[in-house]
Design a protein. Structure first.
Length: 167
């Protein structure tokens, strides 16, 4: 699995989102087949039909993420065409609207699970349920990098209580 993570773009980076999509299209057209690729973006404005269609044409997954300036993961999953490959990838990072610096200062020293994000957990559960019943290989990668998750002794319990279990 190769994940291409793009930080938040500013107007000086690209005049229009279609420029980014065209560059990405050319890039994926040159990569070798037979590998799994995913793209993580951090600009809500790029979540357009053209972006999803381009990824699908290459069998590349849109990486569903929970990030400061992105829509909720469940909202991304509900967008038409957002499932662009025969596998799915998710990263549970920051609660939308919260910066990494705010999370660090709010939750340090990480002695307990703080500010559980029920919305992202429910979206993760729906994603797991969606890929679980397919006849194609499916992979869901979950990276809990928000400092509110950093208390390692409690990370697994809240997810497992609300997530589906393997068959």
């Amino acid at each position: 699995m190769f994940i291409f993570e793009f930080s938040h773009f500013y107007p000086k980076d690209f005049n229009h989102g279609r420029e980014f999509v065209e560059m990405l299209d050319q890039f994926f057209g040159q990569l070798p087949r037979g590998y799994s690729y995913a793209v993580e973006i951090r600009n809500k404005s790029l979540l357009q039909p053209e972006y999803f269609s381009m990824l699908a044409s290459h069998g590349v997954a849109h990486l569903f993420n929970s990030w400061t300036k992105m829509p909720e993961m469940g909202e991304q999953m509900a967008m038409p065409g957002s499932f662009t490959a025969d596998f799915s990838v998710a990263r549970l990072l920051l609660r939308p609207g919260r910066t990494y610096e705010e999370a660090v200062s709010s939750f340090s020293p990480y002695t307990a699970l703080q500010d559980p994000n029920a919305g992202v957990r429910e979206a993760a559960k729906r994603l797991i349920e969606k890929v679980k019943g397919t006849d194609k290989p499916s992979f869901v990668f979950v990276n809990m990098n928000d400092p509110s998750w950093h208390h390692y002794q409690t990370i697994g319990f809240p997810m497992s209580d609300q997530s589906c279990q393997p068959p």
